[in-house]
Design a protein around this ligand. Structure first.
Ligand code: KG4
Ligand code: ZN
Length: 338
């Protein structure tokens, strides 16, 4: 076990992320709360297919992961052997993609004889904002990504309870599939966000599911189908108005349920994470509707979408609280929590 006293001296934590279509390596220095990061985005590879192709994703991770880890060390003016803790995403995500990053990180830890920590990607999103802002526990977390939409009550670094989750599509998936239906580009979330800035969010009325009976669960598949039928019937409707109205339906569900969770559980802080937390309308409307009753914290953009900073930060926090993991640890493609 490393000696973490004296303000963590000059400990350097390497984080590796490869759960989907971003390969990333980051170095976190807890003593000065700084990050260095190198990311290889794959969207040009997947763009012709309108979605992520798992086999191509794995191949891209394999081609870049070692290069990125070396490059981030070189930016830090160190070599790999100067790393103190190696952490990597073990799940959830695409199996082949996870295997590449996790195997690289475990091999590195083994060859350097340094501690290894396996990180849950969804939890890394949950706590990402804590990497740059001092946030007191407990708080409500909203994780909104391409694969997950979760509201959780966070008691501390290790203990949380899931209060609500999507029963079908994730919110990021709703953005991506919506953009595909409208044929306006890939990746969908950012395209809809940009287009919606020029549109009227009240132009068309799209359904908000599971809003009654106090449920904290989400459902976005009916909304996606409603968009499909609307677009077939109204192919000439202004796309910016359609995008703004569709986005508003997603954002309303997220805002209303998250603030409902905070009120029900008496939490004064709401922390958002995951790719959809980059959405400008979500950022605006959550703050507006909280109206000072809850403190709303969004991570900065590099910590919203998939990144290795949050993996290194979470790796350090887990090491600090429960020590290293065995190198026998395996990937887990589906979300699981203790
Ligand atoms: O967290 P993330 O990078 O990867 C996963 O863990 O899934 O999230 C990716 C999701 C995608 O569905 C993408 O469309 C969405 O985040 N996204 C956005 C925005 N930027 C990324 N959704 C809405 N507005 C954005 N500005
Ligand atoms: Zn993610």
């Amino acid at each position: 076990m490393l000696n973490l006293n004296s303000q963590f001296s000059n400990i350097k934590v390497l984080g590796i992320e490869s759960s989907c279509d971003e390969t990333a390596a980051a170095i976190y220095s807890p003593s000065c709360s700084t990050f260095l990061e190198k990311i290889a985005k794959q969207f040009k590879t997947h763009k012709p297919y309108g979605g992520v192709v798992p086999e191509l994703a794995s191949r891209c991770h394999l081609e870049t992961v070692s290069e990125l880890a070396n490059a981030v060390c070189s930016d830090a003016g160190i070599s790999l052997k100067d790393i103190d803790i190696v952490s990597a995403t073990a799940g959830p995500g695409l199996a082949g993609a996870l295997i590449v990053g996790l195997t690289y990180a475990k091999s590195l830890a083994f060859s350097l004889q340094k501690p290894f920590v396996a990180v849950n990607h969804v939890e890394a999103h949950m706590y990402a904002a804590c990497a740059e802002t001092e946030i007191s526990f407990p708080f409500i977390a909203l994780v909104v990504s391409g694969g997950h939409t979760i509201i959780a009550d966070i008691y501390d670094e290790n203990y949380y309870k899931i209060l609500g989750r999507t029963i079908d599509d994730a919110s990021g998936e709703a953005f991506d599939k919506g953009a595909k239906i409208l044929d306006i580009g890939f990746p969908g979330g950012q395209v809809i966000d940009n287009l919606a800035k020029k549109g009227n969010p009240k132009a068309f009325d799209f359904p908000r599911a599971l809003m009654k009976n106090g449920s904290l669960d989400f459902s976005f598949s009916g909304l996606k189908t409603a968009l499909l039928y609307f677009h077939q019937k109204n192919p000439d409707a202004p796309l910016e108005d359609v995008a703004a109205s569709y986005q508003e339906a997603i954002v309303d569900a997220l805002v209303i349920k998250t603030l409902r969770a905070a009120e029900l559980h008496g939490r004064k802080t709401v922390v958002v994470g995951g790719g959809v937390s980059a959405n400008s309308r979500l950022r605006e409307k959550l703050a507006e509707k909280a109206n000072g009753k809850a403190n709303i914290v969004f991570p900065s953009f590099p910590l919203c979408t998939d990144n290795a900073r949050m993996i290194a930060y979470r790796g350090f926090s887990l090491y600090n609280s429960r020590g290293e993991d065995s190198l026998d640890v395996d990937i887990f493609p589906s979300f699981k929590y203790n």
